[in-house]
Unconditional design. Sequence first.
Lengths: 469, 97
Amino acid sequence: MSSTLYSLVGLAAGVAFILALKGLSHPKTARRGNLIGAFGATVATLSVFLYVTPPRDGGAAHSLPLHNFGLILGAIAVGLIIGVPAARKVEMTQMPQLVALFNGVGGGAAALVAIVEYMNLGASATTAEVIFTVFTVVVGCVSFSGSIITFMKLQELMTTRPVVFPGGRFVIAATLAAILGVSVWVVGALGTTPLLILALISLLFGVLFVLPVGGADVPIVISLLNAFTGLTVAASGYVLSSTLLIIAGTLVGASGTILTRLMAEAMGRSLFGTLFGAFTAKPQDVAAAGEERPVRTGSPDDVAILLNYARRVVIVPGFGLAVAQAQHTVRELADLMTSKGIDVAYGIHPVAGRMPGHMNVLLAEASVPYDQLAEMDEINPTFGQTDVAIVIGANDVVNPAAQTTPGCPIYGMPILEVSNAANIVFLKRSMRPGFAGIENELLYDPKTMLLFGDAKASLTKVVSALKAL
Amino acid sequence: MDALAVVTIFTLAVFVGFEVVSKVSSTLHTPLMSGANAIHGVILVGAIIVADHSENNLELGLSLVAIVLATINMVGGFVVTDRMLEMFKPKKQEEKK
């Protein structure tokens, strides 16, 4: 393959990625967009096997096949064996973790590529190349270790609450200063050892950077790290003279930044507040936590009766619904109510579930038509005319503390204002607070009825009770 | 690589990246993030290039690890995004059932 043809294939792949992102922005074209992206990536990968990139020291390119051809194919096979089953088998509820993990390994790959190319170039590297290498190693390592921590938080392998230790912000500042210092050292001294030290400090920084982020804000961080990884890919494109990598990486970096901002807006958060909020938040009022307060619990029959005489019901699904795999049962309940002439809508909070849009994916899995799903801004003004709001396994997204308690971790996040409905039914497993770890006052509201138990079991009982009426 | 050409490509790509996703509904945030995530898996191309350039076993070993990681990122990312999007069925099909 000639160098011109190789470059043109790279350009075509770049165009495919633009079309992919464009397609992914609309429900109708999303799937096709993703396939176009996959096609572009496949073609780009095949083209590297047909064209030998000349070495940077100005020597002539060797002839095909690539050196280490068999090992390269073997490594790709290993990647396929790990990646494909993981992607195929993952439960929809665990999607966010997997995306975080995939993003992390991408960042790790970019950092490794930069390190190897740097070893290879040695003293012949130009200052610009060294600076780009340093950038890739730092940001790639931060993205890698940061993603691993977000994975652990989402998988609940560690606490989902912000982790703040005394002097945390000074440790972070010191680590950042160390990164800058060692970076200057690498650019000045040109050695592999300082670069590896830099990689280690950056890995540490990634951990420190994500630890203070609270569970509810984790998706924003995943999106931000995703944009970071994009930029590292663009930087390695410069060092490897690959226009394709520059285009693809920059596209992801730019669109990822916008997406991060959109997500932060949907949650009513500033990006700065998300990342550093834990350092400035006041300690929470724990006085109320220990005290036993009365709540009103109900039976499935009570709930069924309440629903039977309602004219309008809004279902507010949360992550608990997904965990219980109750999507299908909730649809059954909705269909039953519709057949009784009750007006039913789903109120979907933008970040219901663990990631923006996550709940839409889960309900789509249960074949709930997406025009029944109302977004927060549409549904909020209608709670005043709603007889019953059923909150299924959701907590933080309806917690009025977001509007009333300055300083609490979710303060300022827009919520579904279910408190305006005439009656509220909470289906919960326990009184345990939600993912953000905050008490919900609404549970003690006199117009709230609580139905404890697994969401799917409770819903099944409500459905049969309602059928009997 | 010519620095000016790089700056040009980078700048244009930034604007294209901003433009294509500026109006996306929150419904699609998760698949879009996941799809963009798969796209940066194209670092696989870079990993293959450095595996070809490797001059010793350390370099080769590191670049092979990079190939494994990049393949997971790229292929896994596209597959998982497709699985998510498969579920956004158009409403018409639903009514036919």
